[in-house]
Design a protein around this ligand. Structure first.
Ligand code: 13P
Ligand code: SF4
Length: 369
């Protein structure tokens, strides 16, 4: 049983012009309490029988986050999902998230079987950046280093020099700028402009947006802050600049969790997908988390702070793919090899940063061959 949602998103037709497009999301109906318990038991059993491991994003249903952790899998941001999937010994990974996350896992581990509860779970950034138009954009800027966000197709990744997630974009672009690179950035315009403001890098942007974060509203957020003057504001950088300007902490889903754990406050206003509230509240049971506003006098909400495609991941779909081995991600091997180059660069760069090693050797000077 599913509910079909229509989703409107913007697709850039050139560097500055966008046209509205329509997509859909098939959101499973919540199982009743008995069915929920039975599905969880079946999934635990099937994970063992199939030697499979779960990798879930923070935005998916709390049941899929908790089951992943309880069974030795991972719930995390998109950067750590990629690293964990690559390094884990299991030959079958069940990725609960959106399609680019499953594709990244497959590109990094072509020998593994990558299953997803629903292969149609997409992303407005991926949909809004078709590879033919993106290639033309790159062709028009041959002097620029192409940096793309993880939320893209394998074809777009294959055109990139570097891949980034919101967890490492600032560090990568700063390092590229220091080595003399001018950047072509795609697809998220808000994340790109945040990175440009922070680093001062010379950047041109693809004009895409996340339908969830694009809807947070600065005017209403200011009013909410006035009602809770003690609250700290946590913002994902896919949000508009005027929302980011009101933040006490800006960062990826993992950075938001870290800020909530470590900041000296007990009330937080959170501008990211409300799937995050589960982890925020379980890790910080004595703190109060309030959703940032997406609608108000100036708008009606389309996504209402929850990604319709993340919502396509459910217990029944997960049990079914484990049972039948369906919904497997396939990537053309030659495409996968090319798309892997920028992902490997990102993983090597972030591993060096994490281990306190120098990154200069990993980012060539623009004059170098
Ligand atoms: P993170 O990389 O912060 O997990 O975000 C992925 C995403 O899709 C955010 O909307
Ligand atoms: Fe894409 Fe936004 Fe959904 Fe993340 S939340 S998957 S960026 S549409």
């Amino acid at each position: 049983m599913h509910t079909l949602m229509e989703v409107e998103y913007e697709q850039p037709t050139s560097e500055s012009v966008c046209a509205p497009r329509h997509a859909w999301a098939r959101v499973p109906v919540e199982p009743g309490p008995a069915e929920r318990l039975a599905l969880k038991d079946r999934i635990r059993r099937l994970l063992k029988e199939r030697n499979a491991v779960m990798v879930s994003h923070y935005y998916v249903h709390p049941d899929l986050q908790d089951l992943a952790e309880e069974t030795g899998g991972l719930v995390s941001d998109s950067l750590e999902m990629a690293r964990f999937g690559r390094d884990h010994a299991a030959q079958t990974l069940v990725v609960s998230g959106v399609r680019f996350m499953g594709e990244t896992a497959k590109i990094l581990s072509p020998e593994k079987r990558i299953l997803m509860p629903d292969l149609d779970a997409t992303c407005s950034l991926d949909l809004g950046c078709p590879s033919a138009e993106f290639n033309a954009f790159c062709d028009a800027h041959p002097d620029r280093t192409v940096v793309v966000y993880a939320n893209t197709s394998a074809e777009v990744k294959a055109r990139a020099d570097w891949l980034v997630t919101s967890g490492c974009a600032l560090d990568v672009v700063r390092a590229l700028k220091d080595q003399g690179h001018k950047i072509l950035w795609a697809p998220d315009k808000h994340l790109g402009s945040y990175i440009q403001r922070e680093t001062g890098a010379d950047m041109v942007f693809w004009n895409g947006a996340c339908i969830v974060h694009d809807e947070f509203k600065a005017f209403e957020l200011q009013a909410l802050k006035a009602e809770h003057p003690e609250a700290k504001v946590l913002v994902h950088p896919e949000s508009p600049a005027d929302v980011v300007a009101l933040a006490d902490a800006v960062g990826s889903t993992s950075a938001i969790l870290n800020a909530a754990r470590t900041m000296d406050a007990t009330t937080f206003i959170v501008a990211t997908d409300n799937g995050m509230l589960h982890k925020l509240r379980t890790q910080n049971p004595h703190k109060l988390f309030i959703e940032a506003p997406t609608a108000g006098n100036s708008a009606t909400c389309k996504s209402c702070a929850h990604c319709p495609w993340m919502a396509m991941n459910g217990l029944a779909g997960l049990a079914q793919v484990l049972e039948l081995g369906t919904n497997e991600i396939h990537i053309d091997p030659a495409l996968g090899l090319r798309a892997r180059v920028p992902i490997d660069r990102m993983l090597a760069f972030t591993a060096a940063l994490k281990n306190g090693q120098p990154t200069t050797g990993l980012v060539p000077h623009i004059g170098a061959a």
